[in-house]
Ligand binder design. Structure first.
Ligand SMILES: Cc1cc2nc3c(=O)[nH]c(=O)nc-3n(C[C@H](O)[C@H](O)[C@H](O)COP(=O)(O)OP(=O)(O)OC[C@H]3O[C@@H](n4cnc5c(N)ncnc54)[C@H](O)[C@@H]3O)c2cc1C
Length: 489
């Protein structure tokens, strides 16, 4: 099988890079199995990457790196073997390297849609589920919670289909077709470990996700002071009243109180019934985000006059106010051209048990402290999204409805990374868990990750079963304490 050598792999921003021993682009599950066996024979590690949209080191590998493009067919060509009595919603089975946008296009053409998604569609489905990438809405978990079945190549090049106990695959039909070559595991414990695996459980090759019928969303964006938003969050009714509720805020209060731009999204009738100006976001703001010099202009402004930051953030939020935007669901979930600004981000999960309110106010203090100490300012508003609890052992949302705090910095902003690290450290006091795919300084020392995730030992037990010799270890697993040297031998 062909491979490349002496090639550097970089993530999309270029803040993570590595020179793996070999880069493969497998086209079938059997090719993946062959590469895993080869890696084991040669005593090197192997890891799949998605589209490189993680800002963290989660995708890095020193051994064999598997690119996603060869396994990206939508729908997946092999048969599904779905039970005739499957009681869940409609299913879509896709190859792991498919981008979210390709899945949306396919679903749309077939009168279907994702139940929820994050704010962007450039990632691969395997990358998204591996890090528990999420959107907003306390009725919905992350995309990994909509996965009903995974085909994965584990140690020894063995192929496993992993599902919850009541998974959709018809065992008799599956076994009649595959015989002993591919084992079907329908087990909640194994599934909850593999569902958010951060590349450590094996190479995911296909994913079956539960979807729904096609639908439209109406988005409204309003500016409110923190005191109102705070009261709404304490009351919690906004999460019941809206299918999706999220906000961005500035941690600064140039006029006495912090402001928030609240976004709500609810199901709407067909968008084509609405006037043209309600079927688009503010085009001027979109154009500004696309303008290549925008981030540089902001950085120059912030470098020369850092104290302008609070006013710039206010202006940015005001420019996004909109009374109505109606479109097909996946277009409304996607936050648009802002995704293309050169930026990096940390995101910390905080349980919605009251600590989440205090966590926001702690952010105000940290921002204030850094402005005072070194004139370091936030270069972008901070986002709050709300996600339903997950059973996946290493989901940031495990066991608790969660507020996700996304701390974004424009590339090149002086002191930006230090400010992110300061927020992260401060938010650990509120039960914070960093997003696996975003910038974080988590370490595996002092049992830190074990304390954060109550089912850590269960996750490690499954990992040891699927990868006894650590062929899926990586610089990331060493850093955060998920490597095979932590296995109980
Ligand atoms: C512009 C932008 C917008 C974003 N928006 C959001 C958002 O709205 N919500 C949110 O939660 N996050 C968001 N993120 C973070 C991003 O969704 C995650 O980091 C996601 O994991 C990236 O997916 P990827 O396909 O790029 O995978 P990569 O970053 O390449 O890999 C992520 C992880 O998945 C593993 N992996 C990839 N493919 C496989 C496979 N086939 N088998 C096994 N493991 C695999 C990798 O080893 C790695 O551990 C955003 C990031 C960017 C850059």
């Amino acid at each position: 099988m062909d491979f490349e050598t002496r090639k550097t792999w970089k993530n999309h921003l270029g803040n993570q890079r590595i020179d793996p021993l070999r880069i493969y682009t497998p086209r079938t599950i059997d090719e993946v199995a062959e590469i895993v066996r080869l890696a084991e024979q040669m005593r090197v590690t192997v890891r799949a990457v998605g589209s490189g949209h993680s800002w963290s080191d989660a995708a890095l590998t020193e051994g064999f790196l598997l690119r996603p493009e060869g396994l990206a067919r939508v729908p997946a060509p092999e048969p599904d073997f779905v039970r005739a009595d499957w009681a869940g919603g409609p299913l879509a089975r896709v190859e792991a390297g498919a981008r979210v946008r390709a899945i949306n296009d396919h679903l749309d053409r077939n009168g279907l849609g994702l139940v929820n998604m994050g704010g962007y569609d450039g990632q691969t489905v395997a990358g998204v589920i591996s890090t528990a990438t999420h959107g907003s809405g306390t009725r919905f978990g992350s995309l990994s919670d909509f996965v009903r079945s995974l085909d994965i190549v584990v140690a020894g090049g063995a192929v496993r289909r992993i599902e919850p106990k009541d998974g959709p695959t018809d065992r008799a039909a599956y076994e009649a077709h595959h015989g002993d070559r591919r084992q079907l595991i329908q087990d909640d414990h194994v599934f909850d470990a593999v569902a958010v695996g951060i590349g450590c459980m094996g190479i995911i090759c296909t994913v079956m996700i539960e979807v729904r019928e096609r639908y439209f969303l109406r988005e409204v964006r309003e500016l409110h002071p923190w005191s109102k938003v705070r009261a709404d969050l304490v009351d919690g009714g906004v999460h019941e009243a809206n299918r999706h509720y999220e906000l961005i805020f500035s941690p600064y209060a140039p006029d006495g109180e912090q402001n928030c731009l609240v976004t709500t999204r609810n199901i709407a009738p067909d968008a084509r019934t609405r006037p043209w100006d309600k079927r688009m976001r503010n085009w001027l703001v979109e154009a500004a985000a696309l303008f290549p010099l925008t981030p540089h202009i902001i950085n120059v402004l912030l470098d020369t006059r850092p104290s302008l930051a609070p006013r710039l953030l206010e202006r940015a939020m005001r420019s996004l106010v909109k009374d109505e935007y109606v479109a097909i669901s996946h277009e409304v979930f996607n936050i648009g051209l802002a995704n293309f600004l050169p930026a990096y981000s940390s995101e910390i999960a905080v349980p919605m048990d009251g600590r989440h309110i205090a966590a926001v106010e702690r952010i105000f203090e940290v921002a204030e402290e850094y402005a005072r100490l070194g004139r370091v300012y936030q270069s972008s508003p901070i986002a709050l999204r709300f996600v339903r609890r997950s059973t996946a052992y290493l989901s940031m949302m495990h066991e608790s409805d969660t507020m996700m705090i996304e701390l974004i910095g424009l590339s090149g902003n002086d002191g930006g990374y230090a400010l992110l690290n300061a927020y992260e450290k401060a938010l650990y006091e509120f039960g914070g868990r960093p997003h696996w795919g975003q910038i974080n300084t988590l370490t595996g020392s002092h049992g830190f990750v074990e304390k954060m995730y109550p089912r850590y030992a269960d996750w490690m037990e499954v990992r040891q079963r699927l990868d006894p010799d650590g062929v899926f270890d990586s610089p990331f697993t060493k850093r955060v304490g998920l490597s095979s040297d932590r296995f109980v031998r």
